[in-house]
Design a protein. Structure first.
Length: 406
């Protein structure tokens, strides 16, 4: 026994010395693992860069680190077979979905055993949603993350566990009838939305699918009388803002809903038009988006304003072609408009080497071929067409007219 102890003690001591002199290669292991980790990070970064590069040429812009499976059913999707899942939202992909990027038609067929599927025009509703709340008007629950199917929250069975959530049928009807209030017990379900299986209607044939708001008769100008004691008249030239400034309805009329103008009544049509007017307070912000400064007198005056007079304001008369073009063509698109000089070359950079006179409706032959422009266009005035008697008297007309009108 003493011999064993005598042998073991030196061995243990020798092993202890070895660990001190030649410690385990833990540092090398750490460095090796660090290299592997760094290589993995670099590889992931390269893959991410490749994903971003691919998405740069698509409508989807990758804004942060993503796993392909967040949007695709395959880890390695291809352009030919992307295997797209639910539409992702802005917290994963920085993208603004225009109506063109979404589906045009969505068929709602949860009750397909009894009724033909409802043809829902997603494109039209998406276009109108820009005026009232955007996509969240319908996709109301998860405003971030992938768009969920309605079934994720709303059960198809009315015998549901969570009675705080309406069932699927009720959710659909509540969502649609928030705006479409024309349903009544008289026409029942067999109206514009549902048809019995086997029957035909305008809805099924698709003739009403892309029907949007009927064309409105736009006012030429609007005049308001404010409560101010002085300069209480405000004149707004509606048609000029549309034609001259390249504006559309949503440039000013945003964050609005249909019931802003229509009565909230269940009628055969959408609802009686109650007003297209906006309060004075509502006008200040849309106007201020383009009209900077604090000069109230530009809009508020003591009498109704006449239409904008370009000559009175700038000294330049808009004639001929210039009278019908948008202001931004000369002044640029940024408000307030910058002043421009009256030289043609300020806007017209590319002049043709030779003017094709046929474009003016008059072709040259014989006598007029060698003439200079100023011989007929006195003083270089090209705004009006010269006539023969400007240069010729009755006795000097040749028998064969040198030019002919088209």
């Amino acid at each position: 026994m003493k011999k064993i102890h005598f042998i073991l003690i030196p061995l243990v001591f020798f092993g202890f010395i070895l660990t001190k002199v030649f410690p385990p290669d833990t540092e090398n292991e750490k460095q090796k693992n660090a290299v592997i980790t760094q290589d993995k990070i670099e590889q992931e970064k390269t893959e991410q860069d490749e994903r971003k590069k691919f998405h740069e040429n698509s409508s989807m812009r990758v804004s942060q680190k993503l796993n392909c499976k967040s949007c695709h059913s395959s880890e390695y999707p291809t352009k030919g077979d992307p295997g797209l899942l639910g539409c992702p939202r802005s917290d994963m992909i920085s993208v603004y979905h225009s109506p063109e990027e979404g589906p045009e038609i969505v068929t709602i067929d949860e009750m397909s055993d009894y009724y033909s599927g409802v043809k829902f025009s997603h494109k039209v509703h998406a276009e109108m949603s820009e005026m009232s709340g955007g996509c969240t008007s319908c996709h109301h629950y998860n405003t971030t993350g992938p768009v969920l199917n309605c079934r994720k929250c709303h059960e198809s069975s009315r015998m549901r566990e969570d009675i705080s959530l309406p069932d699927l049928k009720a959710a659909y009807h509540r969502q649609c009838m928030t705006c479409h209030k024309q349903w009544s017990s008289e026409n029942g379900c067999n109206s514009q939305c549902h048809t019995r299986k086997g029957s035909e209607s305008l809805q099924n044939t698709g003739k009403q699918i892309n029907k949007t708001h009927p064309e409105l008769k736009l006012p030429t100008k609007l005049v308001w009388e404010t409560k101010s004691k002085v300069n209480k008249i405000v004149t707004f030239f509606h048609d000029e803002h549309i034609s001259k400034f390249n504006l559309n309805c949503t440039s000013c009329h945003n964050q609005e809903s249909c019931i802003k103008c229509h009565a909230e009544k269940k009628r055969s049509d959408f609802g009686k038009l109650i007003s297209r007017e906006r309060s004075i307070e509502e006008h200040h912000q849309p106007c201020a988006n383009c009209h900077y400064g604090n000069s109230c007198g530009k809009c508020h005056q003591d009498k109704e304003m006449l239409s904008f007079d370009h000559k009175r304001s700038s000294g330049w008369v808009l004639k001929s072609y210039h009278s019908n073009i948008a202001c931004s063509k000369c002044h640029g698109g940024k408000m307030p408009y910058r002043k421009v000089d009256h030289k043609c070359v300020s806007c017209h950079k590319d002049f043709a080497a030779e003017f094709d006179h046929k474009l003016a409706g008059f072709t040259f032959s014989e006598g007029h071929l060698e003439l200079e422009c100023k011989n007929c266009h006195a003083g270089g005035d090209f705004t009006k067409s010269p006539v023969c008697t400007d240069c010729h008297d009755d006795k000097s007309f040749p028998k064969d007219l040198p030019g002919k009108r088209k």
